[in-house]
Design a protein. Structure first.
Length: 494
């Protein structure tokens, strides 16, 4: 292939296509090999564009990615936010267009600061730094990170080494180096081969069992979201979860209900939780997602237990517009979507000890928190098992729950810890320390998922350090490509 370059218009069309291919690389399609192809399409001809042209290409990629991969936002806004079709479409389009600006800014800065020298390396580094920015700015949205789709690919052994951002870096490098190789630049072959062959020499498992397997039962009530917070919804939730708990086998060690399983506060739910625990065999503990309130009028999205359970967990990273309303004084009452179905939540402390149920130490991440790799790593350091309770009913029958499950699988692989995932209507699953699903309940059905999880000990390199080494490596790859325009002024003669 010659040094082919796309016109700016064709480049934008290619970027739009690349965004869709990135969605196809992730769950539920899981065509992981399309990730490098998508990165290569964005990179093709990029080093000769102006910063404005590069920004437009980045924005088009973001439109393709979030327009296809985050389309589930429409379901949340329209189906459960009581918003009409035109307004729901407008808000979804605004959401997609806003998120796409992250890629526009990333590629604008890339072309503004970097030249053609070692462009393949600086491109991949800039991509990771852009994802880092998206992870924390405006509370963060690390959904559909490029590396998340690689949990089933030959690159997966890199995950315990450097986490999802290292996977993103390698995926983007594969795309940019692949373009250079197609341009008959033979130097790209060696680093490309190394990135894909080195995983063969990495350990298959960085952690080891810390005790005997624990038998768990995950309850999926499959209750309708639209009536959940009504008196009828409360009655149905109580009847459903108490009935499902009574029907469990006697050899279960731990019973887990999903996020906000009973739509009420813990002090209101206490009699029902105590009744559920009293009906279980001696030695069987109960954990559930529940809302809490304190004496100062603050509300928390929490995990609490009954039986031989010590500690509780309060969700630390909240979902904007779902658990709290930014600019509440301006937006509350403007449209139905901004009127939250539950009280505005307060965040729990950043550093929380694991919950102990019997001999099991459990690191927690409620719902959306599981997509934050560093938050989960901080929970894993002192825990043998990771637990995520979630209410994915908000996604409807979209691809959102399956994307969510894939990210939970990657957290298991990154930390060498099993992940127990209990959801309201799916996907409820047990995930082993290598990110493989060992048991799974069907979606959109009331179900009890029983299985065993083995607590693990030891830390992967990623669990020890978090993502900062990958971010540092990305920055180092950008440095050689920087164009330094230093104008030295001659000092005046004395």
């Amino acid at each position: 292939m010659a040094d082919a370059r796309l016109t700016p218009a064709l480049g934008c069309l290619a970027a739009l296509l690349a965004g869709g291919l990135t969605t196809l690389s992730a769950a539920p399609f899981s065509l992981w090999w399309l990730g490098p192809v998508a990165a290569g399409l964005v990179y093709l001809g990029l080093p000769v564009l102006t910063p404005a042209q590069a920004a437009l290409r980045g924005w088009c990629y973001g439109l393709g990615l979030f327009g296809s991969g985050a389309s589930w936002v429409y379901v949340s806004i329209h189906d459960y936010g009581y918003t009409g079709v035109p307004l729901a479409l407008f808000l979804t389009a605004l959401f997609v267009a806003g998120l796409a600006l992250f890629f526009a800014v990333t590629l604008w800065l890339y072309r503004r600061l970097c030249g053609p020298r070692l462009a393949a390396l600086s491109f991949a580094g800039a991509w990771v730094l852009g994802e880092w920015l998206r992870t924390w700015l405006f509370t963060g949205f690390p959904w559909l990170l490029l590396g998340s789709a690689q949990v089933d690919s030959p690159l997966a052994p890199w995950a315990p080494v450097g986490g999802v951002y290292l996977l993103t870096l390698i995926t983007a490098l594969t795309g940019s180096l692949g373009v250079e190789l197609l341009r008959r630049r033979a130097w790209a072959a060696a680093p490309l081969a190394a990135l894909w062959l080195l995983p063969l020499a990495l350990p298959a498992q960085w952690t080891s069992p810390a005790g005997e397997p624990v038998r768990v039962a995950l309850l999926q009530g499959n209750l309708p979201q639209l009536i959940k917070w009504t008196p009828e919804g409360q009655r149905r939730a109580i009847d459903t979860y108490l009935s499902m708990t009574r029907g469990l086998e006697a050899d279960v060690d731990l019973v887990i209900w999903p996020e906000a399983a009973l739509p009420m506060f813990e002090d209101q739910a206490a009699p029902y939780l105590d009744r559920a625990r009293a009906g279980l065999p001696t030695g069987t503990d109960l954990l559930t997602g529940i809302l809490q309130r304190d004496d100062d009028g603050r509300y928390y999205n929490s995990v609490v237990g009954r039986g031989d359970v010590e500690g509780e967990y309060r969700k630390a990273h909240l979902v904007p517009f779902g658990e709290y309303l930014p600019l509440e004084s301006l937006l509350r009452g403007a449209i139905a979507f901004f009127d939250l179905p539950a009280p505005t939540m307060a965040p729990g402390p950043a550093d929380q000890a694991p919950i102990r149920a019997g001999e099991l130490t459990i690191g927690n991440a409620i719902c959306y928190e599981i997509i934050y790799a560093d938050l989960v790593a901080s929970r894993a350091r002192d825990a043998g098992v990771l637990l995520t309770v979630s209410n994915d009913t908000w996604f409807g029958a979209s691809i959102g729950p399956l994307q969510h499950l894939q990210m939970a699988r990657l957290r298991a692989l990154e930390n060498g810890r099993p992940v127990v995932r209990a959801t309201s209507n799916g996907v409820t699953a047990l995930i082993d320390p290598r990110g493989r699903i060992t048991a799974r309940a069907p979606q959109f059905e009331a179900a009890v998922l029983e299985g065993e999880v083995t607590p693990m000990q030891g830390l992967t390199p990623f669990t020890r350090t978090g993502s900062w080494p990958a971010w540092l490596l990305a920055a180092l790859l950008v440095l050689p490509g920087l164009r330094l325009r230093l104008r030295l002024r001659r000092a005046p003669s004395q």
